[in-house]
Design a protein around this ligand. Sequence first.
Ligand code: SF4
Length: 602
Amino acid sequence: MEQIVLSIIRKYGSDANRLMDMLIDLQEQFGYISRQAVALLAHNLGLSQVDVEQTITFYHFLSTKPRGKYAIYLNNSAVAYMFGRQAIKEAFEKEVGIAFGQVTDDGLIGLFDTACIGMNDQEPAAIINNKVFTRLTPYRVKEIVRHMRQGLSLDELVNESYGDGKNQHPQLKAMVSSNIRRKGMILSDLYSMGKVTKEILPGMSPEAVIAEIKHSHIRGRGGAGFPTGFKWEFCRRAKGAKHYVVCNADEGEPGTFKDRVILTEKPELVFEGMAIAGYAIGGDEGILYLRYEYRYMKNYLESVLQHMRDEKLLGSNIAGIEGFNFDIRIQFGAGAYVCGEESALLESLEGKRGEPRDKPPFPVEKGYLGLPTIINNVETFATAVRIIENGGEWFTQFGTEDSTGTKILSISGDCMFPGVYEVNWGFNVEDMLDMVGAYDVQAVQVGGPSGTLIGPAEFHRTLGYSDLSTGGSMIIFGKQRNLLKDVVLNFMEFFIDESCGSCSTCRNMPQVMRNKLLKILKGKGVTSDLADLQNWGKVLLASRCGLGQTAANPIVSSLKNFRHLYEDLLQKDVEFDQGFDLETSVQGSCKYVGRIPKFHNH
Ligand code: SF4
């Protein structure tokens, strides 16, 4: 074991900043990270054992205890439940003979829950080790477990049913489907790899590239909507020994999966966009930060990068431009929604817990390793290529005045054609529902749990930064769904699970609000509970990062747009609160994140 650990440390240059890579390799090799491995890592990287352990314990897919030769992670998102997750859970428990959270005595199989794995259009789905299994049925579960007991490899388990498009690529061979339903400038077949880099870039200065991006008025596609051209310009001006380009492919917002599809079907477009960004800011290195849930793409994406190096689209003096040296590596996360926040992502890239940094300074000045860094979303980099190819002016003809271009949506839930749709910004929700075959719709969750839940009275609204802003997740709920119990409660539990625990607001309030919601769902609620929920939601706005600031949204937006659902559950003629213990709720939340509070007895 010692020799394997040491060889993994050497593989990453004994660089403590690459701790995440080392931990993931160890987890995959041994099924857990032993005390001995922790000690070896600490000793050889100049870290304390506590440093190593605190990184391990932050991430869902890392563990200091064995997770089983086959570690099964079943998605527990709201949409997974809508499409039969409970039956799949029960089937696994019956076939394996253990409950979720346990490992079989012989160490063969472990069962675990996990948050949305980016497969909402093909649920129920699970990750087994690093392979994705989609559209599970109880019968398929029985087969999978039987084959595991027979010692079949995961490749043998997947090979009966590859998905569509490039999921069938020899380096990918994934059961996943891309489900592209509508193509626009990003997903169209018009892109030709390297054309922009070889034919257009040599005639443009870095400043001209930034000017064109600014002229397009493109805003970051990750959700925050910061103007991309300004970000690149700030970074170019920032002083530093090196400049970095980071692609945020940590799409963890439940319901979003379009980055997975772009990276499957158009990875060259994303990598070329990163290289163009590198040219613009004077960057030396690009890093694709890819969520662990997409680990199955590793070999495929590595092969694409190698192909681009062979084609001289990455490497030294790219496209014959003297001094344009740029290459890209892939670094994986290990399961933490908060790492989608750019400063948390940087911490993770540096081998630490993904706890968001205080801002300023912003990453464009002090980012990866304290050096100027731009962090953009997968879709943003892909779009940048089309802008440089066709011009910023061309781009502005698509979309609306304040939201130019197209937006790729991940649409799931109660509709006939879940999948990925590229539409112009300004698209109307009503048209979207018609497009995807959604009827008798009760509500649409726009932008995932951190977004907003709208009802039919708002379906006239349009997608755009000045109206319904979205990073791309659109979940449709039919009239048969219990919105509070099946959706809002699930979303609140997601935020409780994913809080990094740094801020007392974000550590406590989602759990306190969840408990109040449970009280209402049990028929114990009174009118003043609704005011409590509203007021407590405001407290969360004081949190340090977007996760905490939006963690109350499932309750706040459902309370605003579906107040009658709450009111129908309240006790009539009962004025005062009962059956809710605030102190117990806070204690529970502190224990959840491993911080034991001291309460005084009154
Ligand atoms: Fe961590 Fe939540 Fe605070 Fe963000 S808001 S830093 S996730 S505790």
